[in-house]
Design a protein around this ligand. Structure first.
Ligand code: HEM
Length: 488
C-alpha cells in the first residue's frame, strides 16, 4: 500500500489541508503558551508576561532596536532585581549576578559558560567567545600582553598618539572651531590599538578621517546583531537576511576579511618587527613545550576582537567625561579626583552596556534552582543606575568615589554600594584590557585637560538619552570646543 493511501483522507482539498495544519500549529502554540506561563520551571519569576511567552520581544530589542538595556532597566524597576525576560531567560541585578553567575565557581561546581551564538561566526574562536578550556589557554597566553612589563613597553607608543591628538586639537583651538569629540577619541583609541595589534596605526589622527574598516565597525556590530536575530528563526533565516539584511551581513563579512588581511600582514613580519613587541608578539609566542600558544585561526579571530574591544569602549568612556564639571584642575591630590571622575563616568555611562549572557549549567541562584540552558543576563548600566545602590544615581558626583581622607569626600555617599560597580565585568572572563584602558583614559584626559579648557556646545544635553545599544552604545556626534590654556 502506498504512503498516500495509508494517510487519513483530508476533506476539502488544499484548503482543508491548510485548515488542518493551521489548527495544529495554533493548538501547539497555545499549549506552548500554557506551558511557559503555568508549568515552566521559570514560571514564578516576575516579569512581563508577553516576554515569558515568546523570545520575540527580547530578540527584537536586543538585536534590532537596540533598546534592550533601557527596557530591562525599566522591568527591574517594576518587577525587582531578578526577572524573567524570555521563555528561557532571566535578568539579574549585578548584586546577584556578579557573585553568583559571573564569579569563578567554587568547589568544582560547573561554570556558567558564555551563551553560544552571541558573537559572529568568526569570533567564536576568539577569547571572548570560546568555551571554558580554550578560554583558559588563550587567557593565559594573552595575559602576557597585558602584564605590567608589557604596559611599560607600550607606553611610548600610546604617548606618541596622545601627543598627536593634542596637536590636532590645538589646530581646532587656534581657529576657535568645535570638533566632534566622539570621532577624535575614536581616531586616537583605534590608532593606538591598531599599532599595538597590527604593528601599524589606522592613520586616522594624521588623515582626520576614519579608516574604512574602523568606519564600518559599528555597522558590522549592528549587522552581526541582525544575523543573530535571524539565526533564532532558522526557517526564515536565509529569507530574512536576503530580504532585509543582505547589505548589512555583507558589511560584517567585508569587515572580517579586512581584519584578517591586516592580521596576516602583521604575522608575516614575525615575532618582533624592528625589535618591538606588540600584542601579536604574545599571540605568536610558542608555549614552553614549543607548541603554538594560539592557532592561526585563533590569532585571526582575536586580532579584530582586540581592536574592537580595546578602542570603542575606551573612547566611549572618555566622550561623557567631557560632560563632567570641575575636571580642569590638576594637581597631585586632584589626580585622585581624576580617577574618581573616570569611575563616575564608567558608572553613569558604562561602555559595556549589557553583557554577553551566561548559560546556566543547572545551579541555584538566590536559593532557587535555575535549570540548565537558561540564559542569565546582566545590564551593568541598570545596576549602576539603581537607586538601591547609589544615592542620586542619575547625577554625576565623582565625590562618591573619593576616600574619606580626601578633602572633597562627601559623607552622604557613604552608603553607596560600590561592590556592584563592575564596568569591566567579574570573574574569570572579565576584561583583560582593564589596566590598559585605565592608563589610556588617564593619559588622554590629563593631557587634554592640562592644556585646554573644554566647553560642551549647547543643545546636546540629550546626547546620551537618545542612544541605543548593541552591547555597546550607538553614539551620535558630540561637539566640544577646546580653548588653549597656553601651557607648554
Ligand atoms: C573602558 C574600556 C573598556 C571596558 C569598559 C571594557 C569592558 C569589558 C567587559 C565588560 C568585558 C567582559 C565581557 C563579559 O563578561 O562577557 C571585556 C572583555 C574583554 N576586553 Fe575589555 N573593556 C575595555 C577596554 C579594553 C581594552 C583596552 C582591551 C585591550 C585590547 C580590552 C580587551 C578585552 C578582551 C580581550 C576581553 C575578553 C576577555 C576574556 O574573555 O577573557 N578591553 N571588556
Amino acid at each position: 500500500m502506498s504512503l498516500a493511501k495509508s494517510l487519513p483522507e483530508i476533506k476539502g482539498g488544499p484548503l482543508g489541508i491548510v485548515i488542518v495544519l493551521s489548527t495544529a500549529f495554533l493548538t501547539f502554540r497555545l499549549v506552548l503558551v500554557f506551558y511557559r506561563l503555568w508549568l515552566h520551571p521559570l514560571r514564578n519569576y516576575p516579569g512581563p508576561k508577553l516576554w515569558a511567552i515568546s523570545d520575540l520581544p527580547f530578540t527584537y530589542v536586543f538585536n534590532i532596536s537596540g533598546t534592550s538595556a533601557k527596557r530591562i532597566a525599566d522591568f527591574h524597576r517594576r518587577y525587582g532585581p531578578i526577572i524573567r525576560i524570555g521563555p528561557n531567560r532571566i535578568a539579574m541585578d549585578g548584586s546577584i549576578s556578579w557573585p553568583q553567575v559571573y564569579a569563578r565557581r567554587q568547589g568544582g561546581q560547573p561554570e556558567f559558560e558564555k551563551t553560544p551564538g552571541i558573537f559572529a561566526p568568526g569570533v567564536e574562536n576568539a577569547i571572548i567567545a570560546s568555551p571554558r578550556d580554550a578560554h583558559r589557554r588563550q587567557r593565559k597566553q594573552l595575559a602576557h600582553a597585558f602584564s605590567e612589563a608589557s604596559m611599560r613597553e607600550q607606553e611610548t607608543t600610546i604617548n606618541q598618539y596622545i601627543k598627536l591628538l593634542v596637536k590636532r586639537v590645538e589646530e581646532f583651538a587656534v581657529v576657535d572651531q568645535a570638533l566632534n569629540i566622539v570621532e577624535w577619541l575614536n581616531f586616537t583609541t583605534f590608532d593606538i590599538i591598531g599599532d599595538l595589534t597590527f604593528g601599524e596605526s589606522f592613520g586616522s589622527l594624521e588623515s582626520s578621517n576614519y579608516h574604512p574598516w574602523v568606519r564600518n565597525i559599528f555597522q558590522g556590530i549592528k549587522a552581526d546583531a541582525f544575523t543573530r536575530a535571524c539565526r533564532n528563526y532558522p526557517l526564515f533565516e536565509t529569507l530574512l537576511i536576503s530580504l532585509v539584511g543582505g547589505e548589512q551581513a555583507r558589511q560584517g563579512d567585508r569587515n572580517r576579511a579586512l581584519a584578517r588581511s591586516k592580521a596576516q600582514a602583521r604575522m608575516e613580519l614575525g615575532m618582533t618587527p624592528k625589535g618591538r613587541r606588540d600584542f601579536m608578539t604574545h599571540m605568536l609566542q610558542p608555549t614552553r613545550d614549543g607548541k603554538p600558544g594560539l592557532s592561526t585561526t585563533e590569532i585571526m579571530a582575536n586580532s579584530p576582537l582586540l581592536v574592537v574591544a580595546g578602542s570603542e569602549t575606551t573612547a566611549s568612556a572618555l566622550d561623557t567625561f567631557q560632560e563632567g564639571t570641575e575636571i580642569d584642575m590638576l594637581s597631585t591630590s586632584q589626580l585622585e579626583y581624576l580617577h574618581a571622575a573616570l569611575e563616575e563616568t564608567l558608572r553613569m555611562y558604562p561602555p559595556a552596556v549589557i553583557l554577553p549572557p551566561r548559560r546556566s549549567p543547572g545551579a541555584e541562584i538566590e536559593g532557587r534552582y535555575v535549570p540548565p540552558g537558561v540564559d542569565c543576563h546582566v545590564v551593568p548600566w541598570a545596576t549602576f543606575r539603581n537607586p538601591d545602590h547609589f544615592l542620586m544615581p542619575d547625577s554625576y558626583y565623582p565625590e562618591r568615589w573619593l576616600k574619606p581622607e580626601h578633602p572633597l569626600h562627601e559623607t552622604r555617599f557613604a552608603k553607596d554600594n560600590r561592590s556592584v560597580f563592575k564596568p569591566f565585568s567579574n570573574g574569570p572572563r572579565d576584561c583583560i584590557g582593564k589596566n590598559l584602558a585605565y592608563s589610556e583614559m588617564r593619559l588622554i584626559v590629563a593631557e587634554l585637560l592640562y592644556r585646554f579648557d573644554v566647553e560642551l556646545l549647547p543643545g546636546q544635553e540629550d546626547w546620551h538619552a537618545k542612544q541605543n545599544a548593541f552591547l555597546i552604545w550607538e553614539k551620535g556626534p558630540l561637539f566640544v570646543k577646546f580653548t588653549s590654556r597656553g601651557v607648554v
